[in-house]
Design a protein around this ligand. Sequence first.
Ligand SMILES: [Zn+2]
Length: 262
Amino acid sequence: MHIEIIDAKNPGRNYNYLVACLETKQALAIDPIAVEACLSVALRHGWTITHIVNTHEHADHTAGNAAMRVATGALLCAHYLAPIPNVDILLRADHTLQIGQTVKFVVLDTPGHTLSGVCLFGTDLKDIPHLFTGDTLFNAGCGNCYHGGDPELLYDTFAEQLERLPDETHIYPGHNYIENNLRFAQSIEPHNPHIKALQERLIHHTGPFITTLREERLVNPFFREEFSEIEHSLRAKGIYLPLTQVRRKDIFLGLRELRNQW
Ligand SMILES: [Zn+2]
């Protein structure tokens, strides 16, 4: 499994991905909207793009579908409920998507950002797990629920699915929002040393920065509802929380609400 990250260099800071089997030189394109850039990377490597996956239905993830299909003849794959035209393969939870001989992903059905989002989880030949998250999980943050989403479902996705994945999992989100998300994290957890440490590493880093779930669990407030500083900050900033028996879900929803206003 070889992964190429393509920065769409657009105002939305989208990332597109190509994931290839080096044995057969077949590749999967994930949310390819920077079509020319994706095609030129594939050409440079001698890869044939056989599949396209849309992580969800938003136009900033699907707008390249038609041009990509014309250029490659690739099969389009998306969540079985996603309102996306011309889907060839309907994805459901636990569906296996195989590209060539060595790229194999399990589909996670991950509603919340929209009701028809998927994440792709796969392990490479060195046993490193990789997770392509669309707009469900971002570095140090999570997707909003403004356009057809549901924050309660997003919480369930985090608590029931993402929480169970291994610490070593490398994260590949649909957008590069890490710096802004870390500023939000810092504002509600100012005494968390891991946030500042990651911000300092970013200063000296060029190009896409890949976090692991271990790092996300240290800095991403949407994985850290049990830390009292977060609850304290939410109350101090006027977010309603029950006075007693606060659930993790209450904190997650409060965080999402505060992030919407931030
Ligand atoms: Zn989206």
